[in-house]
Design a protein around this ligand. Structure first.
Ligand SMILES: NC(=O)c1ccc[n+]([C@@H]2O[C@H](COP(=O)([O-])OP(=O)(O)OC[C@H]3O[C@@H](n4cnc5c(N)ncnc54)[C@H](O)[C@@H]3O)[C@@H](O)[C@H]2O)c1
Length: 321
């Protein structure tokens, strides 16, 4: 295969950006070709037929599945599982937006199916693609990630009325649950959490505490009815204080032996484009995807446990995955 033939499934808020990235990658080092867009809205399909006259615009996956190598699933979360299952059963590669599924059991089933079929399953945990995490993991600040620490991650935004089919843990906090696993390379032992329903029928604000055996205690908040946009990561421990403002792409570090702080403005990357490259390279180079189905399933498991902690008001002990 020289070029990955792709269908984008779901052309809503994010789907249009995925379509753009497929087209952008067609001239890059990870070649792809946009073959089809699958969209259930007839009105949107009519618009797309005018906008993309050379692309197949269809209502159902079965109408194009034999003509593609891979599908990018950007439907609302509740459809990820049935759509991904249909695509995998046909032996096609999948890029699925986060959260991978609404339950851990569904995520496990898809992980097994992808393994059985020998295809790539990439999950859209785009926040991993901030350049700063690579700089921290590989550089001198990596010491801050080791051993005991106090960690705080805040991710909040004013109400936008999007993704209200899921709660704020599935929509926003999942990014940070995945980041904890990625950065610390350690599996947590307990979670506790509180949450409030403010604008929708599901939780719009959740604050959780995730504890690790190494002595890390992580305080995460996710809110979608906030007065301002916040995306901040703080880690304070024996090595000093590391702070990342993900919204403004700025890292600050005040080390144990420093008398002044380091300030580093890092380059904002096109995360979605990086994810597409990773996906096509995994397919063409037969390398593991940057965010695998196993990673996606683990994040979904943690989401389920945070919600269980909110519902029960109890500290929840985590299974060893
Ligand atoms: N990685 C990120 O940072 C990030 C950001 C935004 C959204 N997302 C995820 O992307 C997904 C989509 O979010 P959105 O905001 O674009 O939603 P959206 O509601 O704006 O768009 C979804 C589109 O899918 C279509 N659709 C629904 N069911 C379908 C089906 N079975 N087949 C084909 N099309 C179907 C809808 O008609 C709609 O056009 C969600 O899972 C969300 O969590 C991820």
């Amino acid at each position: 295969m020289e070029r990955v033939r792709v269908a984008v499934i779901g052309y809503g808020f994010l789907g249009k950006w995925h379509v753009e990235k497929v087209q952008k990658c067609s001239t890059a080092d990870a070649p792809s070709e946009l073959v089809a867009i699958v969209e259930v809205s007839a009105e949107m399909r009519d618009r797309l037929k005018v906008q993309f006259p050379r692309i197949k615009i269809v209502a159902e996956v079965k109408d194009i599945i034999d003509e593609v190598d891979a599908c990018i699933i950007v439907t609302p979360t509740s459809y990820h599982y049935p759509v991904a299952k249909e695509v995998l059963q046909k032996g096609k590669h999948v890029f699925c937006e986060k959260p991978m599924t609404t339950t851990y059991e569904e995520a496990q089933e898809l992980t097994k199916l992808a393994q059985q079929k020998g295809v790539v399953f990439h999950v859209g945990h785009s926040e991993r693609f901030h350049l700063v995490w690579e700089q921290i993991k590989k550089g001198p600040y990596s010491q801050a990630l080791r051993g005991p620490a106090w960690v705080r991650i805040d991710r909040a935004a004013p109400f936008k009325g999007r993704a209200t089919d899921v709660d704020v843990v599935r929509d926003l906090m999942i990014h940070d649950l995945d980041l904890l696993l990625y950065l610390f390379d350690e599996w947590p032992v307990t979670v506790e959490a509180i949450g409030y329903k403010i604008r929708t029928k599901s939780y719009d604000f959740v604050s959780s505490t995730v504890t690790f055996a190494s002595g890390k205690k992580c305080f995460l908040t996710a809110g979608r009815n906030h007065v301002e946009e916040v995306r901040k990561f703080d880690i304070q421990g024996p090595h000093g204080h590391l702070q990342v403002d993900m919204h403004n792409c700025r890292l600050k570090f005040f080390g144990a032996s420093h008398s002044v702080s380091d300030v580093l403005d890092y380059q904002k990357r096109d995360h979605l484009l990086e994810e597409h490259r990773s996906f096509y390279q995994a397919i063409l180079g037969h390398t593991p995807p940057t965010v695998s189905a196993v990673d996606g399933a683990r994040a979904v498991y943690l989401v389920d446990q945070v919600l269980k902690a909110v519902e029960t008001g109890q500290v929840v002990s985590l299974a060893k995955l």
